[in-house]
Design a protein around this ligand. Sequence first.
Ligand code: ATP
Ligand code: MG
Length: 158
Amino acid sequence: STVDFVLYLHEVIDRFDMIAANKNIHFIRKISPQLTYVKMDRDKLTQVLDNIISNAMKYSPEGGNVTITLEHYGQNIRVSISDEGMGIPRESQQKIFDRFYRVDKARARSIGGTGLGLAIAKELVHAHHGEIWVESMYGQGTTIFFTLPFTKNKEGNW
Ligand code: ATP
Ligand code: MG
């Protein structure tokens, strides 16, 4: 279906605000208000965002900020989710989208998970004709970016 993406993104973050409050994590929204329709499977996109946002919370310290940004580049939107957490070493950055890959077994064991969240996110973003990638500084934080094609009207036309 065709979704008003700005409205949709705020709804997704609203739902996380409640959970984040327990860990004293604060969401900063940098969401361009430009009217943006995306042809997408709403449940699948929600799974993408849930996986990325829950990672940002899970791998961040108490009191950290998670910044969610929506920008427009030509006929694509770019969403980014940025945290102030432990970061990912350079040599692991390309592997985090692989099934069952988890950075540092000792670190991973103490934080629950199966290593599937980002592999699923990648598959679903690709199915929507988008790209997904990571930028991270070990010890400083991580940003996950993804793109999706958008249109200006509900019919999916420009
Ligand atoms: P699951 O999502 O299946 O519960 P998971 O979180 O371990 O388990 P992924 O979401 O696929 O699996 O992430 C893969 C690995 O990438 C994680 O184990 C973690 O080491 C690293 N990672 C992912 N997101 C972040 C982040 N925001 N900060 C630091 N490390 C991260
Ligand atoms: Mg995960």
